[in-house]
Design a protein around this ligand. Sequence first.
Ligand code: NAD
Length: 360
Amino acid sequence: MNPIITLLPGDGIGPEVVDAARQVLAAVAPNLEMQSALIGGCAIDATGSPLPEETLALCRQADAVLLGAVGGPKWDDPAAAVRPEQGLLGLRKGLGLYANLRPVQPHPDLLSASPLRPERLDGVDLLVVRELTGGIYFGQPRQRREVDGEIQALDTMVYSDGEIRRVVRLAFDLARERRKKVTAVDKANVLESSRLWRQVAAQVAAEYPDVVFETLLVDAAAMHLLTRPTDFDVMVTANLFGDILTDEASVLTGSMGNMPSASLGESLNRLGKPRGLYEPIHGSAPDIAGKGVANPIGAILSAAMLLRHSLGMADEAQAVERAVEAAITAGHRTADLTRDGETALSTAEITEMILANLNA
Ligand code: NAD
């Protein structure tokens, strides 16, 4: 049985970086079957919907999905009823993806690309696990209303113990494959939903006596991520806190173009693994789209995560990660990573270098 991957190139630089990742996947795992579908702005133009039925069906049939990016100025009208981002939210919901994983592991040769001092970053290797389908982004009621002649707006942060338990368990399972430490981040000194997070996280921790467990308030976590980032292994947190902390953590690596992500859910693929959605964390970068200069490393490392988490191909995943690492160590850089006097490679050129390292 050949694994099936659905590619969703999307908009802007999405097709450029997904094509690079496709070449790497084809080289490292020739038995993969890959099919492409529309999402985002290009899907709106072609079908009127940012997530056509056919796309969702192809993603549900696949063993994993690799996405580029969606959006761009053409579809940016805030008053528009149909927007590219709805495609992404619909896909997460449609595939039941409740956890977002963002590894942060700056390459030693790129530490100077971060605004933080290199000695703070040396040895950083952390994974943020963000709850993705609950919390204040989805809680009801959510409304505007008039109270005593004033307009009031209301959002609701709500979590059930089951929602917390499944994502915290995933964090502990992942920690077992890493340095065996979990930090649960909450705001338990103020929020009732955070007190439930802390209680459930402690219950789950008792099931994993081999994993070190600690809790941290989100305000302190925001600070400690910058002052002692090497102390963290797996950090697990609610949707809102994770949204903010993952962007903060991305600063540690210096370039968004290098960073991959995975979203996993309960639905299992034909291999008995999570049917995940894998994507670089960057957007569609309209300012450089079509120029052939985008950094494809975030997409290529997302493909490595896909091999590891959805296909159980750990050796192939590691081969891809090593090929990327070797290309950076050899000094190959796209324009987002070059400094004065360094030559910038195109998307195609750096992809060639990575492919050559795969075969080395
Ligand atoms: P962006 O990530 O697209 O770009 C920010 C800056 O980083 C730009 O200067 C861009 O050129 C640069 N950059 C990003 N990725 C790069 C890469 N791989 N190589 C080299 N440089 C890269 O963020 P933005 O400009 O805020 O958003 C542009 C569009 O993307 C918007 O329509 C936004 O809604 C959308 N967006 C989509 C996603 C997604 O699909 N997951 C995420 C964020 C933003």
